[in-house]
Design a protein. Structure first.
Lengths: 149, 160
């Protein structure tokens, strides 16, 4: 799909926080000079076309007493799809990317308890026979995943 | 840490917030709560950092950001806190973390995500990072993402 200026303004605004009020979209529509109906129609279309992959609260597992951990695996090309199916079947896998490296599968585990990380990573190792390297964050220098549309 | 009601709220919202005029009223009704109660609980969850923000997760590829590189660096441990903060403050770096090395395979301890419309743009940004790190950086690499394999965010396991 092609994005027009209104779509871009919506995408830029919607990467920031939505207010916790009864009519949150109406408030944002006001800011953007759109009607609430138009904003909702465009958001629905952006989501259907997967320009927006998800809209809603971003939860921090660590603040709930849980944990996040970046993990990597070196998956042989011929087994990639089989391994992928096994890895993605775990609900703890929050996102997963293929990358250009011998370590070619990189995913984030998000669990409700710190022990959940080891349990999920160990289970993936058992099911796939491939080592799961674990890279928990030691320090966070920036968070704010915004892209100018 | 979170009570049963908070948990039900998180479960109801982890797939996303409804795109309708009164999304919180709709979710509250499904949970048998008053809208005001739900808004109060969400406000409290946000104050505690359980909710970071309520926002859109964009698809970089569809926004023309087809070149997405995870730059990785082996930085002298003595300088990592100072240099990491400098790299994280760069406007084009969207995530920046210190992580443990996995020797001997993986000597890198600083991870910074850089996005661009093409590889040249990403490489140019990567060179800016290299210039800041200078001699404190002993080795470096970049891993481009070639495919999104999953992107769902946090999912609580069903209990019981």
């Amino acid at each position: 799909m092609t994005l027009d200026d209104k779509d871009r303004a919506i995408l830029n605004r919607m990467q920031d926080d939505l207010p916790l009020t009864s009519h949150p979209y109406a408030a944002v529509a006001d800011e953007l000079g759109l009607s609430e109906t138009e904003l909702l129609e465009r958001l629905t279309r952006l989501k259907e076309d997967r320009v927006i992959t998800r809209f809603g609260p971003f939860f921090d597992a660590a603040a709930m007493g849980g944990a996040f951990c970046l993990c990597a695996m070196a998956v042989p090309a011929e087994n990639f799809e089989t391994v992928l199916t096994k890895v993605n079947a775990h609900p703890e896998v929050a996102h997963n990317y293929e990358r250009t490296h011998r370590l070619n599968m990189w995913f984030v585990l998000a669990t409700e308890t710190p022990a959940g990380i080891e349990a999920a990573a160990d289970a993936i190792e058992r099911e796939t026979g491939i080592d799961v390297l674990r890279f928990p964050k030691l320090q966070e220098f920036f968070i704010g995943f915004r892209v100018a549309a | 840490m979170i009570d049963t009601t908070d948990r039900q709220i998180i479960e109801a919202l982890q797939g996303g917030l409804p795109l309708s005029p009164t999304p919180y009223a709709q979710v509250a009704k499904d949970l048998g709560l008053q809208e005001t109660d739900l808004l109060e609980r969400l406000t409290a969850l946000k104050a505690r950092g359980v909710i970071r923000r309520i926002a859109a997760a964009p698809n970089h590829y569809k926004l023309g950001m087809t070149s997405n590189g995870m730059t990785v660096w082996d930085v002298d441990d003595a300088c990592i806190t100072k240099l990491g903060a400098q790299i994280g403050a760069l406007p084009f770096v969207t995530h920046c973390y210190e992580r443990p090395r996995a020797l001997p395979d993986w000597p890198y301890n600083l991870f910074a995500m850089v996005h661009g419309t093409n590889c040249d743009e990403v490489e140019q940004k990567r060179a800016e990072i290299a210039a800041i790190l200078g001699d404190a950086c002993r080795a470096k690499d970049i891993l481009y993402s070639t495919r999104i394999l999953k992107k769902t965010g946090l999912r609580l396991k069903k209990k019981g």
